[in-house]
Design a protein around this ligand. Structure first.
Ligand SMILES: Nc1ncnc2c1ncn2[C@@H]1O[C@H](COP(=O)(O)OP(=O)(O)OP(=O)(O)O)[C@@H](O)[C@H]1O
Length: 235
């Protein structure tokens, strides 16, 4: 499976944020999406998920030589600011989410199993989401894609809100899941990107550019990425 982005453009007023994004992402890999503040990472995710309309261009999922337009149901999106029904408890929400995704659930897993996967304390499961910390809300959002297993998973800087133990668990989980998905992960933490991701892409000056794999494993990795980001500033 591949995700093909074809000349995606997006402007806000006079500001052209995405100037023609062309890229092919492959199943089985975790992609790190890097870019300066305001580069357009969230805008790209929003365009893909349908949160925001793109001005032109398109996104396709390609499977066994057949391409079809990417649809909302193909995407699991973890926002940097989690959006959840605050009036429900975590338990109520996850139960509801499992009910509406019954056809997609791994049949061997129960609601308790899912909460254990994200290390969610028993006592917290029955509290209102309204009172959850940022990291706890992010965990619940992550659980949604663990349950429904969509082909494309977009993560907008999620691991920064997790404590080290949970971050490690989630990294492990993403690595385990990657075979069946396309995972794109935006972050400002270069070490995390180098550690977790199979490939890195930089959003620079409205375009998406691949970082050569040899850079990812080189000792000068950080310097080279910062250099690329600086170059983009003047492009
Ligand atoms: N709804 C909107 N209306 C107007 N401008 C917007 C809107 N959404 C994003 N922008 C602008 O588009 C540009 C890209 O923003 P975006 O949030 O996509 O960047 P980002 O790479 O995710 O940044 P950061 O790393 O700081 O989170 C910014 O200049 C931002 O102000």
């Amino acid at each position: 499976m591949q995700l093909q982005l074809d000349n995606i453009r997006k402007s806000f007023g006079n500001k052209e944020v995405l100037k023609g994004i062309d890229f092919t992402f492959e199943q089985g890999k975790i992609y790190g999406l890097l870019g300066r503040n305001g580069a357009g990472k969230t805008s790209l995710f929003n365009c893909l998920s349908g949160e925001t309309g793109m001005d032109s261009g398109a996104a396709f999922l390609r499977e066994q030589e057949v391409s079809r337009p990417l649809e909302e149901g193909d995407i699991g999106y973890v926002f940097s600011l989690p959006i959840l029904p605050e009036f429900l408890t975590g338990y109520e929400f996850v139960k509801f989410y499992m009910d509406i995704n019954q056809d997609k659930i791994d049949p061997g897993r129960t609601l308790e199993d899912y909460f254990s996967i994200i290390k969610f304390e028993e006592e917290d499961r029955h509290r209102l989401i309204k009172g959850y910390s940022h990291g706890m809300k992010n965990k619940i959002q992550m659980l949604c894609f663990i349950i429904s297993r969509p082909p494309l998973i977009l993560l907008d800087e999620p691991l920064t809100s997790f404590d080290v133990v949970v971050a490690l668990e989630i990294k492990k989980l993403l690595r385990e899941m990657k075979q069946d998905h396309i995972i794109i992960f935006s972050t400002h933490i270069l070490q995390l990107a180098a550690d977790l991701c199979d490939e890195l892409v930089i959003l620079n000056n409205g375009y998406l550019q691949e970082i050569p794999p040899e850079t990812l494993r080189s000792p000068e990795f950080e310097e080279q990425v910062i250099e690329l980001l600086r170059d983009g500033e003047h492009a």
